[in-house]
Write a protein that binds this ligand. Structure first.
Ligand code: CA
Length: 362
């Protein structure tokens, strides 16, 4: 009897010890961590801004609330176009932005987002996740003390809003268009005078005729800014953005300090955000386009000579840049080889299927 009592006592003590040890271990591997995320975007761009919130909510849920990431809109902590520097310097632990905003620092940043006539959303994901793109880009981002993750995609964008029709290359001469980055540089070679304006300044400039045209994203986001009220001609495709990827940036020191389980939670949540943003745009753009058409918007495809000349000038620009910029050249070489294979493949089954399906809907 006594022996049995002893065994029970020892057993329960042993159990209690084990529980205590497990508890201590759990607290150590599940520390309370609070991060700030600086987004480049306003809350009104709910699909883009919302992807960061989705990510943060998921991480909180996966860590029982222990890892708390607060999302701040562009301008709340740092100006929207300074997110990269803020993460690099550790002003914030992480950010959500588009790397092509930073081509002024180095044009190689563009590959992390999109390059004119480059890869569609699916092809960009294939390159980043499975085609060696992400490791190459991370090597580049390391010099900015950042680890980057794909964080959403808008799908192929629209070419934007024009006050007058563009019927040939000649109509682009002297045309003032709001179009930032490499797209602007390429269009400049076609005679366009590119302008860089922040989101809120575009509508008044287009209304007054200070600019003749503007690009933005696609029907769902464009509708909110109301460009259709002052420029009726809506062109496609936005050849400068065939499948732009948004990016999450994490300060490398902060990333390295995280428990492995938090790193895994973050990585999974960011991959989910990457997927869900594209799904949101694909679901929301078609009804938005219908609403725009009901308000008298006229759709036009860019003329063939514009597309052909733009593509030619785009690759002339890449070759020039590759000749003088080693970081650009290294990524461009991988990207270009992958792109050729992707285009050959997508030109086969996918294209044949799409041609057949879309013909029936006419
Ligand atoms: Ca755009």
């Amino acid at each position: 009897m006594q022996r049995r009592h002893f065994l029970q006592y020892a057993g329960s003590t042993g159990l209690a010890t084990a529980t205590l040890a497990g508890g201590a271990q759990a607290a150590e591997s599940n520390p309370k961590i609070s991060w700030k995320l600086a987004s480049s975007y306003p809350k009104s761009l709910d699909t883009i801004y919302g992807a960061a919130e989705l990510m943060a909510n998921r991480v909180r849920a996966m860590t029982n609330g222990a890892f708390d990431i607060r999302v701040y809109a562009g301008g709340e902590l740092v100006p929207g176009l300074q997110v990269l520097d803020a993460v690099k310097d550790g002003t914030v632990q992480c950010g959500h932005s588009a790397s092509y905003y930073y081509v002024g620092k180095n044009k190689a940043f563009a590959f992390d987002t999109t390059v004119p006539f480059g890869l569609t959303a699916r092809q960009q994901n294939a390159w980043l996740y499975q085609g060696g793109g992400l490791p190459l880009l991370r090597e580049f981002f390391k010099s900015y003390n950042i680890i980057n993750f794909p964080g959403g995609n808008t799908g192929t964008q629209m070419g934007g809003w024009f006050r007058k029709e563009v019927n040939s290359l000649a109509d682009l001469k002297g045309l003032k268009m709001r179009i930032p980055g490499m797209g602007g540089e390429i269009l400049a070679r076609l005679g366009v005078v590119p302008q860089t304006l922040a989101g809120g300044d575009i509508y008044p400039a287009l209304e007054k005729g200070t600019i003749d045209a503007t690009e933005w994203v696609g029907p769902y986001d464009d509708e909110k800014l109301g460009f259709h009220k002052v420029a009726k001609h809506y062109y496609y495709p936005g050849f400068w953005e065939p499948g732009p990827t948004l990016s999450f940036y994490i300060n490398l020191n902060e990333w390295n300090k995280l428990p492995k389980s938090y790193q895994a939670a973050l990585e999974a949540a960011m991959a989910e955000a990457n997927q869900m943003m594209l799904a949101a745009y694909d679901a929301k753009n078609p009804p938005a386009l219908l609403r725009l058409l009901q308000q008298g918007v006229k759709l036009h495809q860019f003329p063939a000579d514009v597309m052909a000349q733009a593509q030619k000038q785009a690759f002339a620009l890449y070759e020039e840049e590759a000749a003088k910029n080693p970081a650009f050249r290294k990524i461009y070489t991988s990207w270009q080889a992958f792109r050729k294979q992707q285009h050959a493949w997508f030109n086969l089954a996918e294209r044949a299927m799409e041609n057949a399906m879309y013909q029936k809907t006419k």
